[in-house]
Design a protein around this ligand. Structure first.
Ligand code: GDP
Ligand code: MG
Length: 444
């Protein structure tokens, strides 16, 4: 999947301090393959990768993030941009009713969506009316009536023996009915076909001309992948629409269609459906979809928090100490400072859980004992500054005194000191890579 690929691509970068152009090229190749495998449209992929590469080459190295994290951040930002940036909601009519028309292929999920929208609108204090303008399939009107009932909203349906066959006429009457009964939002369900079809487009265009919607929503099944792009183009030309609703996202873990459609149509994705039940529905959030595509939502949270809590000056000092003299200048006081900085980001088990690749280490993560970290803090705080600077002077009596002060056993002090020495050796070797400000954590 896209997520696995990107994870693999980023993994190979992990631990690198600075990225060469070759590194960036290699990563971009992986991103390209990943997106193509996720069924993203080729021209979309090309443009996307070019944008990421350009930004990565020009990026200033940020103190708070290592290069891998920077690329993840850039990829994420580009995804969000393509997906529409800000969440876009319905543009309400200045003078009600607001008219929302649904268009799309048969089976896309329009009728189900009408029910979902109806419920969602009602929950927001609107009084919506669903209009059955799909007279194509024998059961279509009944289906809308059923979802309308489930949603607790009214449905306008053609009455038997009363201009039944003409959806434009039904739409016109529904508009009149709504103005009489003071509904403030009208959701017009229309007919679809199995494939792109000129007659269908004409019918939808006629209904659109009749009801003059504030929002025409193109409803598309996310699982149809590449085909979604052609379908979207055909509807853009044949009917025209203002926004997109992606349905059946529950069946498409990859999100490739979302990316293609948003980019190709230039129209915002406004809602997402992810199940058959009326509640399986939400406003579309570009940022959430981007992290879903990346499969790194948690990593992104971590990046955000790292940027927020990162003390550049302090970390630069610590890094300098680690890189000189085999790390000999990096003392327990620095260790404590770094540890506290990391802790500010949140519970350790959560932070480690957010690192990519750590998913395989669930058990170890749950074993990180916050109390042990508290104990370590207490031990270091019981040391004199000289002891913190140079743990080598810690003889038996000093260790006993520290243990008493911290309320721990001498063996705990011994343990910490020897682990600190090991960690320092390792960190000084890795000092240029990895996560800045991330000390070798106890228990890992
Ligand atoms: P329409 O022809 O565009 O009106 O599509 P329908 O609303 O009749 O939906 C077609 C089928 O897709 C029905 O069986 C729905 O239950 C199902 N469906 C609609 N939306 C979703 C969704 O978000 N997820 C899943 N899994 N099924 C959906
Ligand atoms: Mg339908």
């Amino acid at each position: 999947t896209l997520q696995d690929r990107l994870n693999a691509a980023f993994k190979s970068l992990r631990g690198k301090g600075r990225l060469s152009e070759a590194d960036i090229d290699a990563t971009c190749r992986e991103i390209r393959i990943a997106l193509l495998e996720a069924d993203v449209n080729l021209s979309v992929v090309k443009e996307f990768v070019a944008a990421v590469k350009e930004r990565t080459l020009g990026a200033e190295l940020s103190g708070a993030l290592n290069p891998t994290q920077q690329i993840v951040k850039i990829v994420d930002e580009e995804l969000v941009t393509i997906l529409g940036g800000e969440t876009r909601t319905i543009r309400w009519a200045k003078k009600p009713p607001t008219v929302i028309m649904l268009a799309g292929l048969q089976g896309a999920g329009k009728t189900t969506l009408a029910g979902k929208l109806g419920r969602w609108l009602r929950e927001q204090g609107h009084s919506p009316l669903l209009v059955a303008a799909d007279l194509q399939r024998p059961n279509a009107v009944k289906q809308l009536q059923v979802v309308g009932e489930q949603a607790g909203v009214h449905v306008y349906a053609p009455e038997p023996g009363n201009g039944v066959g003409d959806p434009v006429l039904v739409a016109r009457r529904a508009m009149y009915h709504a103005s009489q009964k003071l509904y403030d939002v009208i959701v017009v369900d229309t007919a679809g076909r199995l494939g792109i079809d000129a007659e269908l487009m004409q019918q939808a265009a006629k209904i659109k001309a009749e009801v003059r919607p504030n929002e025409t929503l193109f409803v598309v099944d996310a699982m149809i992948g590449q085909d979604a792009v052609n379908t979207a183009k055909a509807f853009a030309e044949g009917v025209g629409f203002d926004g997109v609703v992606l349905t059946k996202l529950d069946g498409d873990a990859r999100g490739g269609a979302a990316l293609s459609i948003a980019k190709v149509t230039g129209r915002p994705i406004m809602f997402a459906s992810n199940g058959e039940k009326l509640g399986d529905f939400d406003v579309f959030h570009p940022d959430r979809m981007a992290s879903r595509i990346l499969g790194m939502g948690d990593m992104l949270t971590l990046i955000e928090q790292a940027e927020k809590t990162f003390d550049a000056e302090q970390s630069a000092k610590a890094a300098a100490k680690l890189t000189s003299k085999g790390g000999g200048d990096f003392g327990l006081a620095d260790f404590l400072q770094q540890m506290q900085m990391v802790r500010k980001m949140g519970p350790l088990s959560k932070i480690f859980g957010m690192l990519p690749g750590m998913g395989d280490m669930k058990e170890q993560i749950s074993n990180i004992d916050e109390r042990e970290v508290d104990r370590i803090e207490a031990i270091i705080q019981s040391m004199t500054p000289a002891e913190r600077d140079d743990p080598k002077i810690l003889n038996g009596s000093r260790r006993a005194r520290i243990a008493r002060g911290a309320g721990v056993e001498v063996s705990d002090v011994n343990n910490l000191v020897s682990r600190f020495m090991d960690a320092r050796k390792m960190m000084s070797q890795l000092a240029t890579g990895g996560m800045p400000g991330m000390p070798g954590m106890p228990g890992m």
